[in-house]
Design a binder for this molecule. Structure first.
Ligand code: NAP
Length: 291
């Protein structure tokens, strides 16, 4: 069994990005600039945004964090988005999800300029990705594809089970895995909450990509020997013995499933850090396209 070390790989990618930034700066070009909008003070969102800002510093990007009150109206948030669209110094930005219930997420995401949509959530980018045209690929699926590529995991003709069909992970990764590309060409099955025979499907899978958010959902008896497991799930589970009061769990019972897997991502330290690295990569790309 080999660990797919997303933490290590993300540092390699960040180092590559930093080298590109250094080259830009030495040629008199501007630093890439990533902005983030955070509405409210949700603990998990604050942690994610904090890591993104820290990573920007690591690679030499400029970053701007716009913090807004939980009570902000939809119209005022749309105004903030328009300002970011018009700000020539900002190359890309993200709107940290989830947004408060009184705000229509779809309306907000539609307002993001597709050229600055480094999360790849705008229908223009999503559609271009499906059509295999150049686009910003959502950071988490992009990170998974990069793991497969850098560890040279053969996917062509393999049975790949994707669990989850969200627009940010399950759906896009199912599209990418089935595309005609070096680390695609898999035969993909998408499972979700209405799927009745997950164990039957998972036992046939050569590759399992799990993005459902139920801690340790995938057990040893659900996978075959030699399976490749990509665990996207991140759930905070209460643990009073831990100083934070919680521990992070993935969708996979890592301790036991890893005994049968040929490759497996840990949680934490797998897909999570890759997501941030690929967000930075998209921002660099957005900056380079503008030049
Ligand atoms: P989501 O929008 O809640 O989607 C979850 C998906 O899982 C849905 O499609 C749902 O089916 C399906 N599902 C729920 N219960 C199921 C069950 N018992 N059997 C089969 N499928 C089931 O979540 P998400 O945003 O995609 O995130 C999924 C997980 O990944 C979460 O733990 C999240 O924190 C994590 N995540 C991690 C990263 C990272 O960087 N590592 C990034 C994003 C998300 P229905 O469609 O039928 O409801």
């Amino acid at each position: 069994m080999k660990i797919l070390d997303g933490k290590y790989l993300s540092n390699v990618i960040k180092e590559e990005i930093k080298e590109s930034v250094d080259v830009r700066l030495s040629s008199g070009m501007k630093k890439p600039h990533l902005a983030a909008i955070l509405v409210g003070d949700d603990g998990a969102s604050l942690t994610y945004i904090g890591s993104k800002v820290k990573s920007c510093k690591q690679v030499g990007f400029e970053s701007t964090l716009i913090r807004l009150e939980n009570t902000i109206s939809e119209n005022n948030l749309l105004t903030e988005i328009k300002k970011l669209n018009e700000n020539k110094n900002i190359d890309g930005y993200i709107v940290q999800l989830p947004l408060p219930k009184h705000i229509n997420e779809e309306k907000i995401l539609l307002m993001v300029d597709p050229h600055k949509d480094v999360d790849g959530f705008h229908p223009t980018n999503f559609g271009r990705m499906v059509l295999e045209l150049p686009s910003f690929i959502p950071a988490t699926p992009f990170g998974i594809m990069e793991i497969l590529k850098r560890y040279d995991i053969q996917t062509s003709g393999k049975n790949c089970l994707v669990i989850g069909r969200s627009n940010i992970v399950g759906r896009p990764i199912s599209v990418l895995m089935s595309q005609k590309s070096s680390y695609g060409n898999a035969t993909v099955t998408v499972a979700h909450s209405r799927t009745e025979n997950i164990k039957e499907l998972s036992l046939k899978a050569d590759i399992i990509i799990s993005a459902l958010g139920i801690p340790e959902f995938i057990k040893e008896n659900m996978v075959k020997q030699g399976v490749v497991v990509i665990d996207v799930g991140i759930t905070r589970v209460v643990d009073k013995t831990n100083s934070k009061g919680y521990v992070i769990k993935g969708d996979v019972d890592f301790k036991n499933v890893s005994k049968k897997a040929s490759y497996i991502t840990p949680v934490p330290g797998g897909v999570g850090p890759m997501t941030i690295a690929m967000l930075l990569k998209n921002t660099l790309l957005a900056c380079e396209i503008k030049d």
